[in-house]
Write a protein that binds this ligand. Structure first.
Ligand code: SAM
Ligand code: SF4
Length: 482
């Protein structure tokens, strides 16, 4: 029999559901390297065979993922083509929008790439007061946002009770005409099981945490002090979150610290681990590329645009029912390719200076409180305008989370008609709310045209139900969803 922790396992609930080996370190770096070394420039047949498997909706094993990662330039074309086809066929042209809200940048860790690091003297330290959180959320609602991710440094101030409180404050902020945050995700340091229970009770959507690098040596090199220097405490965070009943988690790697191929393999391995131990994989995977910051250590393994897009395509084929998030605002050209090959969520109208959503221009004393530089400072409205002009359907949908339908991407992927019955109509309805309440004139006209196109692509029955609700939205009702 295959061993439970075989790195090359393919998820099969029958085979793997029983033993609870969660909470153990499960990344075997040497084994990952062995797989990668065994598949440098695989033959064309091997690559095409692997692509065909993925397109037949079979899960890939780790060595098959290594085959895709090792493909030469000619073969890469086939992988990119397949990823964009799978993305289109399975998920269509929807793209989910969210915004990050940095709550506080105090931090006791010393991550060499981050300007929040404890020993950074340039960073202006700031933690939003309750009133400031309300003001920030109001500003985000007035821009049209419905989904936020709250971000915190690692500091005794930001304990589970504090995090839970900020989540509750966020849910409580309502603005006219129908402004409210319907899903609050968090990105925060690892907690104990008890701590995770506390934040779960506040009603968080996704708990997200990035391993940064899965390579132990590289991890040590970049994490110079504080609790975060403990690789295993961080690696096992999602196991504790799951144990606490948070079954909606997001993982990620900060690309640039170590070989990107290694990180992609490890992300797939981490996914398999969660599926095997808890019967549910991560809801999302993020893969920010390291950006310039006031921190000292440069990226040891920078990832080119071409490799970055290719990595996204491989992930799309390897973990077909996991949402892929493009974070940290990439330039427009990269963002567009990322969406074509697999990304399903992006942020819009992001501001990283703490407290800057509600202040037109960040006051002097707040400059220097942001984490890193972003490459795209367009407003949410501009982004919606561009997306709709390019044929995408922006969505603020939060229906599955609120209807208790967990594993929504799994359903999108495997339940015939799920997208046409739920995701498409909900994207249309949430976009219609945005267009009615927040859009500029130009964006509104492009947006309504996009809605007509999307309606035409729905089966007659779904289109009719959706049109009926659209009328109700035009008449002033809000928050209608399937
Ligand atoms: N303090 C918590 C932690 O480290 O997990 C959560 C917040 S931290 C601000 C969120 C993420 O920002 C980190 O996990 C890291 O991947 C990312 N990050 C830090 N410095 C960055 C940089 N210079 N460029 C891009 N992303 C960065
Ligand atoms: Fe602190 Fe997170 Fe920045 Fe590390 S990445 S210094 S833990 S805020």
């Amino acid at each position: 029999a295959r061993s439970f922790f075989s790195n090359d396992m393919i998820f099969n609930p029958q085979e793997y559901a029983i033993p609870d080996r969660s909470g153990e370190p499960f990344i075997d770096g040497q084994e990952i390297e062995k797989f990668l070394a065994a598949h440098v420039r695989p033959s064309r047949e091997e690559v095409l065979e692997t692509v065909a498997r993925a397109m037949d909706r079979e899960r890939l094993s780790l060595s098959q993922v290594a085959v895709l990662l090792g493909a030469g330039p000619q073969e890469r074309e086939a992988v990119l083509e397949a990823a964009s086809r799978l993305k289109r066929e399975v998920y269509g042209n929807r793209i989910v929008l969210f915004a990050p809200l940095y709550v506080g940048n105090r931090c006791t860790n010393r991550c060499a790439y981050c300007s929040f690091r404890a020993d950074s003297t340039e960073t202006v330290r700031k933690t939003l007061s309750d009133e400031e959180i309300v003001r920030e959320v109001e500003a985000l609602e007035r821009a049209g946002h419905k989904r936020l991710i709250l971000v915190y440094g690692e500091h005794p101030l930001y304990d589970p009770e504090y995090i839970a409180k900020t989540v509750r404050i966020t849910y409580g902020v309502k603005t006219a005409p129908g402004g409210e945050i319907r899903r609050v995700n968090i990105n925060a340091a690892p907690l104990t099981v008890e701590g995770f229970r506390t934040v779960r009770e506040a009603g968080i959507g996704t708990y997200q945490i990035f391993q940064e690098t899965y390579h132990r040596e590289a991890y040590k090199h970049y994490h110079l002090g504080g609790r975060k220097a403990d690789y295993d405490w961080r690696l096992t965070a999602l196991d504790r979150a799951m144990e606490a009943g948070i079954d909606d988690v997001g993982l990620g790697a900060l690309l640039g610290l170590h070989d990107w191929r290694f990180e992609i393999m490890a992300l797939v391995r981490h996914t398999n681990h969660l599926e095997a131990c808890f019967g549910v994989g991560p809801h999302t995977i993020s893969f920010p590329r390291i950006k310039e910051s006031s921190a000292s250590l440069p990226a040891a393994s920078p990832v080119s645009d071409e490799d970055f897009i290719y990595a996204i395509a491989v992930l799309r084929l390897a973990v077909p029912y996991t949402g892929l998030i493009l974070t940290a605002r990439e330039p427009a050209a990269v963002r567009d390719a990322a969406i074509r090959y697999g990304v399903s969520q992006i942020d819009g109208g992001t501001r990283l200076e703490i407290g800057s959503y509600s202040s037109a221009a960040a006051p002097d004393e707040e400059l220097g409180s942001r984490q890193f530089a972003i490459n795209d400072d367009r407003s949410l409205d501009e982004i919606i305008g561009t997306l709709t002009a390019e044929g995408y359907l922006p969505s603020f949908c939060t229906a599955c989370y609120r209807r208790g339908r967990t594993g929504e991407h799994f359903m999108e992927f495997s339940v015939p008609g799920f997208i046409k019955r739920f995701c498409g109509p909900n994207a249309i309805l949430t976009l219609a709310e945005y267009l009615s309440d927040y859009a500029s004139e130009g964006v509104a006209s492009k947006g309504w045209a996009a809605i007509e196109t999307a309606l035409a692509g729905l089966p007659a029955a779904s289109a009719e139900l959706t049109r009926e609700r659209l009328e109700r939205i035009r008449a002033g009702e809000r928050d209608l969803y399937f």
